[in-house]
Write a protein that binds this ligand. Structure first.
Ligand code: 3PY
Length: 254
């Protein structure tokens, strides 16, 4: 059975103390809610990661994630953080290729392929984001865009490495806009992604790959989205900044 994941993406929000309070609340509220194949991940800014990992150390199914990592192992890259550094403070997941990183920091598929390698080499799990812009959806070429994002970003991996990956479909037009893809629109893309994985790595790998939906996912729409056959949870933006909303989304699986 593939893992069901609800991952929060705090983005550049919460100072140190507010982040600690939010995470402590979430931890208390979810500890009796996560069971079976379900996992909760909180992807926080770098300054929080060490402390959040310490708080989560006894929580079996709650993990801490980062929102980015540099592609190189170490060196003269002022202001950057390596996967090895993340691993050294107990981080387990790393979001890669979020559309905000692609848009504002010029991250392309080739760079993201290198970041994916660095993350995996340090035994961390990438949450690899893909998704089309509004223009790409309206022009009808969104299948092509998504196909090239996965082909160029992660299809160079061995089947063994690919199995450690989580994918997140986040249509750019649904990020921070309050607009959500309908459950049919999201399911259509998730099924397409799973078919592409099956063509490349076989049906067992495809069936075991967790594919999250992201983009204005909230307590009101999560149940319908997560009920879709190929949607295995969500990458949650704004709603992850309020403990009650985030935990309500986690409870959707119960
Ligand atoms: C959103 O929900 O807006 C996100 O970007 C989640 O990553």
């Amino acid at each position: 059975m593939r893992k069901k994941i609800v991952a929060g993406n705090w983005k550049m929000n919460k100072n140190y103390n507010d982040g600690l309070s939010l995470f402590s609340e979430v931890l208390n509220m979810v500890k009796d809610e996560v069971r079976g194949e379900q996992i909760v991940v909180v992807c926080a800014p770098y300054i929080h990661l060490n402390s959040l990992s310490a708080l989560a150390k006894d929580a079996k199914q709650v993990f801490v994630g980062a929102q980015n990592a540099h592609q190189e192992a170490a060196g003269a890259y002022t202001g950057e953080i390596s996967s090895e550094m993340l691993s050294s403070v107990g981080v387990r997941y790393v979001i890669l290729g979020h559309s905000e990183r692609r848009q504002y920091f010029g991250e392309n598929n080739a760079l993201l392929a290198k970041k994916t390698d660095a993350v995996l080499q340090n035994n961390l799990k990438p949450i690899f984001c893909i998704g089309e812009t509004l223009e790409e959806r309206e022009s009808g070429k969104y299948f092509e865009v998504i196909k090239s994002q996965i082909e160029e970003g992660v299809f160079h991996l061995s089947a063994d490495d690919f199995s450690k990956l989580v994918l997140a479909y986040e249509p750019v037009w649904a990020i921070g806009t309050g607009v959500t893809a309908s459950s049919e629109q999201a399911q259509e893309i998730h099924a397409f992604i799973r078919t592409e994985i099956a063509k490349k790595y076989g049906s067992d790998v495809a069936e075991n790959t967790t594919i999250l939906y992201g983009g204005s996912c909230n307590p009101k729409n999560a149940a319908e989205l997560f009920a879709q056959k190929d949607i295995d949870g969500g990458l949650i933006g704004g709603a992850s900044l309020k403990s009650r909303d985030f935990v309500d989304i986690v409870k959707t699986f119960n």
